[in-house]
Design a binder for this molecule. Structure first.
Ligand code: 5AD
Ligand code: SF4
Length: 458
């Protein structure tokens, strides 16, 4: 089903003609993709990308609400935009995303930052052109945080990379982990129809995209809400048949419902990359239960064993929360112990950040912030050593890499990604961008690999 046509879609508005836009994105890949959709919608209004924030006629901030830090960054950015608005009264400032889907925060932004013209939530994305039209005509700040569960497929996207594309397969989340704001700001799970996802992936392949990453807060629950209940494994198997695509990635997998069929499909699908992002969150059964994660450390370890047995060379990455309310030294030691047993290729660790309206917000918490910081540092130190050791095992081996462009640190080197999602730097000309190449790993570091080229694939 296509998204219902908005007024702006019916009679193309072109008020952005000759004007420039700038989008600032905070948060996860789903937000990055939402920004790509915003970019396409506003380019349809005539806007073109600005090369700096200062020269833009329209600034959109796509916010993240998962922790306090990204929220603070938005507030500080809005403060800075005040000066720009003073200089250019025609500047339109819009704030959207997960922060603004919360009524209280949307109201706060609207009232506290008078320079903002439009505040819109995650559900308002398809209405963005009409909302901007309204915002430019009216003096008062426009607010749209209405919940709307309509199918979002069919919206255009202006993809940031020429060879890699994000492709959402399921929106929202039903899991209500005790610490997490996502179910409140992204709503309940809505899967896109299998044939729609396959059609979009095929047209991406026709347009020359080599790699797609399927997105969902929990891709494993894909399909349960569709009439014929296709599984995520079935979707992957379907996508694996598309000619022209070289790599299929997916994230994120909730450990509680990662099926044996999915492991088999990743093992056998030649385009499906050998990488699982499998957030652990905690290694303590007591804390996992309080978090409402619905698996135990033993079940997690069994799952990792199954994955590693079935898929040689697989990489497993994770997210971990340190200092969840009531986490004792012993609970934390359980997490460190699991880190040593699993040996993640990498793991992102975060200090627990209380989120308004979640179950964990009300839990008593005796641990000081300083102690939480100490735990975070200790965990990161251990994980970084593990990441380095896992990378060192790859020295001397040949790996297939998709070249992303010149290395940020050294423009004489090219940067690419392995199927296991590791960054590799190697010498080569800029024309390699978007190509597949075989490289031999010469040096391992904690966050990346160095290599020499062995020959171009295609
Ligand atoms: N505090 C800290 N980290 C959080 N995450 C989600 N909610 C919170 C929170 N309230 C982390 C989880 C999740 C990742 C995307 O962000 O580890 O997997
Ligand atoms: Fe948040 Fe849990 Fe849903 Fe992930 S699975 S988005 S952590 S509620």
């Amino acid at each position: 089903m296509q998204y219902q046509q908005t007024e702006a879609m019916k009679q193309p508005l072109r008020f952005g003609e000759g004007k420039l836009y700038w989008i600032n994105t905070f948060g996860c890949q789903m937000n990055e993709h939402d920004s790509e959709v915003m970019a396409a919608l506003i380019e349809n209004l005539g806007y073109r990308p600005a090369s700096s924030l200062e020269e833009a006629d329209l600034v959109i901030i796509n916010t993240c609400a998962v922790r306090k830090k990204p929220e603070d960054k938005v507030a500080s950015m809005l403060g800075k935009l005040y000066a720009l608005k003073e200089k250019n009264n025609d500047l339109i400032i819009a704030v959207g995303g997960c922060m603004t889907q919360q009524e209280e925060l949307a109201g706060y932004i609207k009232n506290r930052f008078r320079q903002v013209d439009l505040v819109f939530g995650t559900h308002a994305l398809p209405r963005l052109p009409d909302l901007l039209d309204q915002a430019r005509r009216e003096k008062a700040t426009i607010l749209d945080i209405e919940e709307d569960y309509a199918e979002r497929g069919g919206l255009p996207a202006r993809r940031a990379a020429a060879f890699h594309a994000w492709l959402p397969v399921i929106y929202g989340c039903n899991n209500f982990c005790a610490y997490c704001i996502v179910p409140y700001v992204r709503g309940r799970e809505r899967s896109r129809k299998l044939e729609d996802v396959v059609a979009e992936a095929s047209s991406l392949a026709d347009e020359g995209y080599r790699e797609i990453t399927l997105l969902g807060q929990n891709v494993n629950s894909y399909g349960h809400d569709l009439p014929d209940k296709p599984t995520f494994a079935a979707l992957l198997a379907e996508l694996n048949r598309i000619d022209g695509l070289s790599r299929i990635r997916f994230m994120t997998s909730h450990p509680k419902d990662l099926s044996p069929a999915l492991i088999d499909t990743v093992a056998s699908g030649e385009k499906i990359c050998e990488h699982f992002h499998l957030p652990l969150q905690s290694g303590s059964n007591r804390i996992l239960e309080k978090m409402n994660r619905r698996y135990t450390r033993e079940q997690y370890l069994d799952l990792v064993r199954e994955i590693k047995k079935a898929i040689p060379g697989v990489s497993i990455t994770s997210d971990i929360i340190v200092g969840f309310p009531g986490e004792t030294g012993e609970d934390f030691a359980d997490t460190l112990d699991l880190l040593e047993q699993v040996r993640f290729d990498s793991a992102f660790a975060f200090i627990y950040s209380p989120r308004r309206g979640t179950k964990a917000e009300k839990l008593a918490d005796q641990t000081t912030y300083e102690e939480k910081e100490n735990r975070l540092q200790e965990l990161n130190k251990i994980q970084q050593q593990i990441s380095l050791e896992e990378n060192e095992r790859l020295v001397g081996s040949s790996l297939e890499v998709l070249v992303e462009g010149p290395s940020k640190g050294n423009p004489e080197l090219q940067t690419g990604r392995t199927r296991t999602n590791k960054l590799v730097h190697f010498p080569g000309p800029a024309e390699m961008t978007g190509k597949m190449i075989m490289v031999r790993v010469t040096e391992a570091r904690t966050w990346n690999l160095f290599a020499e080229t062995e020959g171009e694939l295609y």
